[in-house]
Ligand binder design. Structure first.
Ligand SMILES: [Zn+2]
Length: 599
């Protein structure tokens, strides 16, 4: 773990409201400025505090042109502290949003810069810590911004301007007033396009004292952000890799979750499965004063109690090394779609050169050194798994490994074959749930082998290709044009894909898509804390897994176990599961977490 930069961070980490994590509530400015009768507020707040052990309240001074004055902030602060709840500040940096959408403050104009400076100064005067709600993005395209952008691309202009305001306005103002203040940058959940709107995953974890992670998911089909559920876990781990030890927590809200209380709770489960230091509930207004959400706080309170019972028994999260460089683009949310197919990932923002199984999606091809890195890994024996999008973006350079090209031709497939002899022959006829449109990969038969294929007319198309390279291997997965259609690959094809990832994971799921697997290894935190890279991410030490089905009906799944697993115990129910020929069969109820100890 990286050494903490100031004592505020160390102090806040020392105290948690639950055994294994802290829980905070975020209090927006437009809500707290209207609290006049604190006795009445105290009665209403019991809807949360009777169910959730709140350890911290973030008290916001500014939100989209709304200010809460200093005296009122101090009154609210006093209220929470009288209840034994620690307090921190908060800022939500939007401007006038009455014209539709969220519009950031404009930092090309003096008014926007002054609003930012004033809100930072107010927080630093009152608190030893404050957080930026994830609206510290830049999406203004006013005449002045167009002028200042000049010949730069929008992402470059915004990254440059964000760095300037972070250094010259935020950190300078805050540290002049309160040198030990902990300034937290909360990142939104849309990491796939961070740089487009000025979020810099490489530089900002260094500029700010600490960071925070948005883990909000909605219904992926019906909501604007189209995010698979696995994101709530994956992004926590990804941002942890961007700021080791300084990703202070995960944050979610109940918006667009009234269709299913379970969808709200799933954000919290997955955030917790990533082993956060803190979970923040957004927010005071919606959870306390909005009758539509009355059931949410009591339900999430019960969830915290439930997970706290077993989270401490799980070690550090582990999974297949998934490399995504800071400014990567392409195949949005591919890790989360594959995560929903039962593949456990551990995210890396820097190339995981010590790992033996490495997954690269289209965005990884944005690393200019990727070919030499891959070559070294495979010569040392690594199994490399790449997507068709990675092949497309790398283009001719992929020929260093094998002559496979992403063609402009498509195929619609609904029947598939798999190979049982490493690609010498393919066979069987397995029907998918729906027809799927895939890109056709051109490849040279007898140089690389089909492990799974989709049938065409007098033809078939590779779904999984694999060949040796050096001491290692390279496998290519064909990703459907509509990424979610990967769920429609039939079970035998999904099982071939999962088996590519299973070399270092002692449990492989066999069954349909929309099932998640999380893996843990006994904590090594007590060892050499400064040597994170040396942690052994291997099957020899994975000793707990969680399995969770997101299918809307109960379904039978098989867990294929590696040879070293002799017993599987459900630690919630306290029962041992029978192993038959290296497998256990489970009937998974929808959205229930099955927590297993492996020995
Ligand atoms: Zn502007």
């Amino acid at each position: 773990m990286e050494k903490m930069r100031n004592k505020s961070i160390a102090e806040r980490l020392a105290k948690t409201s639950y055994q294994n994590f802290n829980v905070a509530i975020y209090c927006p400015a437009d809500v707290i400025k209207n609290i006049t009768d604190f006795d009445d507020f105290d009665r209403r707040f019991k809807l949360v505090s009777n169910h959730v052990k709140i350890g911290r309240a973030y008290i916001e001074c500014y939100r989209a042109m709304d200010w809460c004055e200093k005296e009122q902030i101090l009154r609210v602060k006093e209220y929470f502290e009288s209840k034994g709840i620690a307090t921190s500040g908060g800022i939500m940096t939007c401007g006038d949003c009455t014209d539709g959408g969220w519009i950031s403050l404009c930092y090309s104009k003096p008014e926007g810069r002054e609003t930012l400076r004033k809100s930072v100064a107010l927080n630093a005067e009152i608190f030893d810590e404050f957080i930026f709600d994830d609206f510290l993005f830049l999406n203004c395209r006013c005449e002045e911004c167009v002028k200042q952008k000049g010949d730069r691309s929008w992402p470059q202009f915004r990254l440059d301007q964000k760095k300037e305001i972070a250094e010259e306005i935020i950190m300078k103002t805050a540290k002049e007033i309160n040198p030990d203040v902990n300034v937290i940058l909360k990142y939104p959940q849309w990491y796939e396009v961070f740089d487009e709107e000025g979020f810099d995953l490489k530089l900002e974890p260094e500029l700010f004292d600490s960071i925070y992670t948005g883990t909000e998911t909605r219904n992926p089909t019906y909501a604007q952000q189209h995010i698979p559920k696995y994101l709530s876990y994956f992004i926590m781990r990804y941002l942890e890799s961007a700021a080791p030890g300084r990703n202070l927590g995960g944050w979610f809200d109940p918006y667009e979750c009234t269709y299913s209380l379970t969808s709200y709770l799933e954000q919290c489960y997955l955030t917790l499965f990533a082993k956060p230091k803190e979970v923040t509930l957004f927010g005071l207004g919606v959870l306390v004063f909005d009758s539509e959400y009355r059931l949410f706080a009591p339900a999430v309170g019960e969830l915290f109690a439930e997970v706290d019972e077993y989270l401490g028994k799980l070690g550090d999260p582990r999974g297949v090394a998934a490399y995504r460089p800071a400014y990567a683009r392409g195949e949005d949310n591919i890790h989360n779609y594959l995560g929903m197919c039962g593949i456990p990932f551990e995210a890396y923002i820097t190339y995981p050169e010590k790992e033996k199984v490495i997954f690269l999606c289209e965005g990884a091809a944005d690393d200019a050194d990727i070919v030499s890195r891959m070559k070294k890994s495979m010569l040392e024996g690594a199994s490399m798994i790449v997507t068709s999008g990675f092949v497309r973006k790398l283009g001719d350079a992929f020929g260093e490994f094998v002559n496979v090209k992403y063609s402009s031709r498509k195929a619609i497939v609904n029947e598939y074959a798999v190979s049982k002899n490493s690609g010498v022959t393919v066979g069987g006829k397995y029907t998918g749930a729906e027809p799927v449109m895939i890109p056709q990969l051109d490849y040279c038969t007898n140089d690389i082998w089909e492990l799974a294929a989709g049938y065409g007319t007098d033809n078939n198309f590779p779904i999984v290709l694999r060949c040796k390279y050096g001491e290692g291997s390279i496998s290519i997965i064909t990703i459907p044009d509509s990424l979610g259609d990967i769920y429609h690959y039939p079970v035998p094809v999904l099982n071939v894909i999962r088996s590519l990832f299973s070399k270092e994971i002692p449990v492989t799921i066999e069954g349909p898509a929309q099932v998640q697997l999380f893996a843990y290894q006994k904590s090594q935190a007590n060892g050499n804390e400064n040597d994170n890279d040396e942690i052994n991410n291997s099957s020899n030490s994975i000793d707990h897994v969680i399995v969770r089905s997101d299918l809307p009906y109960a379904e039978s799944f098989t867990l294929k176990l590696s040879d070293r697993v002799k017993t599987v115990k459900d630690i919630v129910k306290g029962i041992e599961l029978p192993i038959v020929e290296g497998k256990i069969t489970l009937q998974l109820a929808p959205c229930v977490n099955y927590v297993f100890e492996l020995k």
